[in-house]
Design a protein. Structure first.
Length: 352
């Protein structure tokens, strides 16, 4: 069924203003009505754009899976306006969740806790836990308050593709499959939230993200473990616990290679007559400078600090997908806690 393209409504909330400008309030009111009526709205958050539906309505939640082409076995994160709203959705509130909510919310970290009765099966893929997050983005929280219901919201892209960090990315990926897009500008964090399972002892990071393991350990005063590296659920035949756990995910259409010897890789590809994009944190080193004499090479300078790298990563991949390259080569980032989330996304993007 063909639908018209959704309206894209700009929203903003300049620092220092006690409430958003009138046009933004009107846009949020309209979005809240669409959500309350069971529709789909793409919303900016500090991590990536989310595709939101009211989390308490199985029919509305079902539309998210249909629009994304997402397998129903993959649970969704429920976004809340504050901690009291989160607690109402949980059957229990473990100490780790309590600490994380008190110290890191609103923020880019999701807690997995025992599921309360108001959460439908569709949200949790039938599981006994629910993932909850209170976003840092003030306009996202204001929208949730206006809607008056928690919002289930995975990334606003077709399943397994690169997540959107601008409204334009959402329009390209989901276009006429959704009802409305709120455009709050580029996402500041640029990668998905850290997901922490607070039902296990010690707490377990199911998906690395902007809040690092080190930060969580310091905050919780106890060890925090990392879930094992991805194995391909499709190959092993077992159901994926979540989309972030798919071995291949976050992938551009152009093949991506993660390499500790990127210069050699790039040189070989150029010698074979291929067009190459090279994401490097050292664009001024000898090799990139020498190789960039080739018209078939696009050297993309990337920030050397992991948070800035993350903020720019998806927008860079979206842009390179339009350049008709044979391969995107990326310098392998250091194997350290600070780079964990970026390494995770790049590793999955590189899987074929
Ligand atoms: P996305 O919606 O694309 O940001 O991905 C949602 C992420 O939420 C997945 O990668 C999971 O790690 C996580 N998630 C959501 N619900 C649960 C749950 N009940 N148990 C474990 N992980 C969950
Ligand atoms: Mg996603």
């Amino acid at each position: 069924m063909r639908r018209p393209l959704p309206d894209v409504l700009p929203i903003r909330w300049p620092e220092g203003l006690p409430s958003p400008p009138a046009e933004t309030e009107q846009a949020l009111d309209r979005a809240a009505r669409v959500l309350v009526d069971g529709g789909l709205v793409a919303v900016p958050t500090e991590t990536v754009y989310g595709l939101a539906a009211r989390a308490d309505d199985p029919v509305a939640v079902g539309k998210i899976f249909a629009a994304k082409g997402r397998p129903s076995t993959n649970p969704l994160i429920v976004h809340v306006a504050d901690t009291p709203m989160a607690r109402r959705l949980a059957a229990a509130w473990p100490d780790a969740a309590s600490e994380i909510a008190a110290r890191l919310w609103p923020g880019p970290v999701t807690v997995v806790v025992p599921r309360g009765r108001s959460i439908p099966d569709e949200v949790t893929a039938g599981g006994s836990t629910v993932a909850l997050r209170c976003p840092e983005h003030r306009l996202t929280r204001r929208l949730i308050e206006k809607a008056g219901v928690p919002l289930a919201a995975p990334s606003a892209n077709r399943s397994l593709a690169v997540s959107p960090t601008t409204a334009a990315h959402v329009l390209e990926s989901l276009g006429n499959r959704i009802d409305l897009i709120l455009d709050g500008g580029p996402c500041t964090r640029g990668i998905e939230s850290t997901v922490v399972d607070c039902t296990s002892v010690p707490p377990c990071i199911l998906r690395p993200g902007p809040i690092s393991r080190e930060q969580l350990e310091t905050l919780l005063g106890q060890p925090v473990v990392l879930a094992p590296e991805p194995t391909d659920a499709r190959q092993s035949g077992s159901a994926a616990r979540s989309p972030g756990m798919h071995a291949r995910h976050y992938a551009p259409k152009t093949p991506l290679v993660l390499s500790a010897t990127a210069a050699t890789h790039v040189a070989d590809l150029l010698a074979a007559g291929k067009r190459v994009g090279w994401l490097t944190t050292a664009p001024d080193a000898a090799e990139p400078r020498r190789l960039s004499a080739s018209r078939d090479l696009l050297v993309i300078p990337m920030p050397a600090d992991p948070d800035s790298f993350a903020a720019r990563l998806y927008a860079t991949l979206h842009a390179l997908d339009k350049r008709e390259l044979a391969t995107i080569v990326v310098d392998e980032p250091p194997d350290t806690d600070a780079w964990r989330a970026v390494r995770d996304r790049l590793t999955r993007a590189a899987r074929r």
